[in-house]
Design a protein around this ligand. Sequence first.
Ligand code: NAD
Length: 254
Amino acid sequence: MRLKDKVVIVTGAGSGFGAAMARRFAVEGAALALCDLNEASGIAVCDDIIASGAKAVFLRADVTNGPDFKALVDLALRSHGRLDTVVNNAGYTYRPGPSEKVPEESFDKVFNVNVKSIYWSTVHALPVFRNQGGGSFINIASTAGLRPRPYIAWYNGSKGAVVTLTKSLAGEYAPLKVRVNCLCPVAADTPMMTEFMGGPERDSPEARARSGASVPLGRLCQPEDVANAALYLASDEAEFITGVALEVDGGRCV
Ligand SMILES: NC(=O)c1ccc[n+]([C@@H]2O[C@H](COP(=O)([O-])OP(=O)(O)OC[C@H]3O[C@@H](n4cnc5c(N)ncnc54)[C@H](O)[C@@H]3O)[C@@H](O)[C@H]2O)c1
């Protein structure tokens, strides 16, 4: 078991990548503290993991809110006694369109959910890692942060910030044995993809297959691809890996 006795927080664990990471980490021996804004889906994932024999707790928490993030860290410590990894996965996007027409509230939400969450995770989890003598953060960025495409500039910018923050914090906290890495997935088969495609009326299995065909390895990213990469970064196999932006993109280079 690659995460035996490790305690991991996963945000946005009720859906997509977050649910896949939580389930995979549990199989590998981790005890989990999960959060999501969507209480029903988060509890469903948590209950499945408990039913499988692993340890998990769930909190309905908003990652943009400092006290909520603190409550999540406190819950992990209270329930499982320590904290090894925080996966900042919860994310938000809006439908692609002219960037000057994106409403202010969408801009604010993109940066609050995708970027400010990393600030709160640092404020509340770093002191725990410092006291413990180490820990790790895994931030879910995107290929959008490395090779931006038109009509989704504010999302691209938020993910570019995630990559830059990952590298900045990795250098700063390496002396504390705190590793900070991020994953950059390509377009993925999750509910968020509906927004990237322009809404439910444009989303279909055929449209997703066409999008996947434009990836060199011939398919969309699956949640399990992200879970496998995150598992490596969370494990001791990655003890010398920090400041990395690992592309999970099937070879997409444009
Ligand atoms: N789907 C893609 O194509 C894709 C590609 C690259 C990167 N990403 C990134 O991966 C991450 C996960 O995306 P996904 O595709 O699994 O999305 P998803 O929509 O399936 O899941 C996101 C989860 O985050 C939760 N969430 C949203 N705002 C929150 C908040 N403020 N507090 C707590 N929970 C909140 C949602 O309720 C949802 O359960 C995001 O950061 C996203 O930007 C997605």
